[in-house]
Design a protein around this ligand. Structure first.
Ligand SMILES: NC(=O)N[C@H]1NC(=O)NC1=O
Ligand SMILES: [Zn+2]
Ligand SMILES: [Zn+2]
Length: 508
């Protein structure tokens, strides 16, 4: 019996011990192959169309340990990379990964609306390699050091792309410097506030005084304040409308309820406060970023006027979103609340003016303002524009939307890279993101501009609620083939890497 034990158990123990050693030794390798569909840490990607700050080139990008280490402009097919690990994307476009500075992922607290996992899977499938999560629509809102920690905790092991966080500037913390400093110190990339009711009870609106206080604190940290710039004017538009009034199904009714004058009045007040960000001003170092501009008339003129002062003027920037560039009020059917957002989508002429302002550089960048909810809150049965949730679901589609609807205006790959990568990286203070240059993070969107597809039920969408998006049913061009985040191939030909290895981005 003793002998049997010795000859059977001993070898098994040896085997167990050696496989444990092996397991421990291969652990780092294993984690690469979980995080990436391409399990190398040193490789080249090649294509005939690589979008760099110097223009579109044919060549190879060398990636090592998550960084771009060299960029070779050459006809790589001649064999200079023979024997290397090369992924050839042929004629597909390699662009810097998209950076979405404005998305609502709603976690913790409202995962039934979206969540870090589905939201960042959608981002990865759309070529978005970094996104910044808004401080509201989750519960609690991100307004203190503690609530930021809850966000970061909730994001652990769930994010497929890199994710930063905005903190909320609300009346509760605006006059509480230590609370704001705690939030900034803990790593939010900047603050966000509303000049009108946000639609979320624990995220009340701020007035100019709150914003001024916020800017003083932000100045010390060199970080921006993002502002939803609409103020509720004493409008008579909806007076007399009762719940269930048939005209609340009318898009025209909704459009009139939030006129361009709301944006104009807010931007006027905001630019007055933003004067403190001028060189030598009390809030020098802070920056004001106007989110989702819709009004391309008086509101845009105010912004253009301020920008004419150049570096001596206030430090400001502005974004618009794909839905203002893709849709127009005239095309929105009554009752179709998928199109409800704030500020609203305006008329055809306004859309044309937004495109021109973007192309002329008056509008700095694009963002998704992906703001989904559960389908029930969209009130599809009633089609009530006044009571339905306001927010457009689009995160996964922003690249093909920009490309498809931009064709009419002759939009180029470098322009898309400027609007979706370079300028957003600058707003976020991310020095190593936003462009394909040596030393930067190896964040890429690889896509095929010429490939068309229909957003129908056969199209794999990763948003938690695919059907609430107004883009469903549209034909788009520009298919995302592959997405790399810090060298990890996180999405390729319809599949995600097994593990979610995105990093939280915390400001230091
Ligand atoms: N709370 C929230 O997401 N609001 C957003 N939705 C929208 O359409 N505009 C917004 O600011
Ligand atoms: Zn907003
Ligand atoms: Zn938003």
């Amino acid at each position: 019996m003793d002998d049997v034990l010795r000859w059977r158990v001993l070898p098994m123990l040896v085997l167990l011990a050696s496989s444990l050693v092996l397991y421990v030794r291969i652990l780092p390798k294993k984690s690469i192959s979980e995080c990436s569909l391409l399990p190398y840490d040193h490789y080249w990607i090649t294509s005939k169309r690589i979008v760099t700050p110097q223009g579109v080139i044919t060549g190879a990008v060398e990636v090592r340990e998550g960084k771009i280490v060299s960029l070779v402009e050459s006809d790589y097919q001649r064999g200079s990379l023979l024997g290397r690990k090369v992924v050839d994307y042929g004629n597909a476009v390699i662009m810097p990964g998209l950076i979405d500075v404005h998305a609502h992922l709603d976690e913790p607290g409202r995962v039934e609306w979206e969540g870090f996992s589905s939201g960042t899977k959608a981002a990865a499938a759309g070529g978005v390699t970094t996104l910044v999560d808004m401080p509201l629509n989750s519960f609690p809102s991100t307004v203190s050091e503690e609530t930021l920690r809850m966000k970061v905790e909730a994001a652990q092991k769930k994010i497929y792309v890199d994710v930063g966080f905005w903190g909320g500037l609300v009346p509760d913390n605006a006059f509480n410097i230590s609370m704001l400093e705690g939030l900034l110190h803990a790593g939010v990339l900047g603050l966000k506030s509303f000049m009108c009711p946000s639609g979320i009870n624990d995220f009340p609106m701020t007035n100019s005084t709150h914003i001024k206080e916020g800017l003083y604190v932000l100045a010390k940290y060199n970080r921006p304040l993002l502002v939803h710039a609409e103020v509720v004017l004493d409008s008579k538009n909806n007076e007399g409308l009762l719940d269930g009034d048939p005209s609340s199904r009318s898009y025209a009714t909704y459009l009139k309820s939030r006129p361009p004058s709301w944006e104009e009045a807010a931007i006027k007040d905001l630019l007055a406060v933003a004067q403190d960000t001028k060189p030598g001003g009390q809030a020098e170092g802070a920056h004001v970023h106007i989110v989702h501009l819709s009004d391309a008339k008086a509101s845009l003129d105010l912004i253009k006027d301020e920008k004419r002062n150049g570096p001596n003027g206030a430090s400001i920037s502005v974004e618009t979103c794909p839905h203002y560039l893709a849709f127009a009020a005239e095309e929105i059917a009554d009752g179709d609340t998928r199109f409800k957002c704030a500020p609203p989508i305006r008329d055809v002429t306004n859309r044309q003016n937004l495109w021109e302002a973007l192309i002329d550089g008056h509008i700095d960048m694009l963002s998704s303002d992906h703001s989904p909810s559960v389908p029930e809150l969209k009130l599809f049965d009633e089609g009530d524009f006044l009571r339905a949730w306001g927010g457009i679901s689009s995160l996964q589609y922003v690249l093909p939307i920009t490309w498809t609807y931009g064709q009419k205006y002759g939009v180029s790959f470098p322009q898309i890279a400027t609007w979706w990568s370079e300028r957003p990286a600058k707003l976020l203070g991310q020095k190593y993101k936003g462009a394909i240059i040596s030393g930067n993070d190896a964040d890429f969107a690889v896509w095929e501009p010429e490939v068309e597809f229909e957003l129908d039920e056969n199209y794999k969408t990763y948003h938690k609620h695919p059907n609430i998006s107004p883009y469903i049913g549209r034909r788009l061009s520009g298919k995302v083939l592959a997405t790399f985040v810090r060298g990890n191939l996180v999405f390729s030909e319809g599949s995600h890497a097994p593990a979610a290895c995105g990093s939280p981005i915390l400001a230091k």
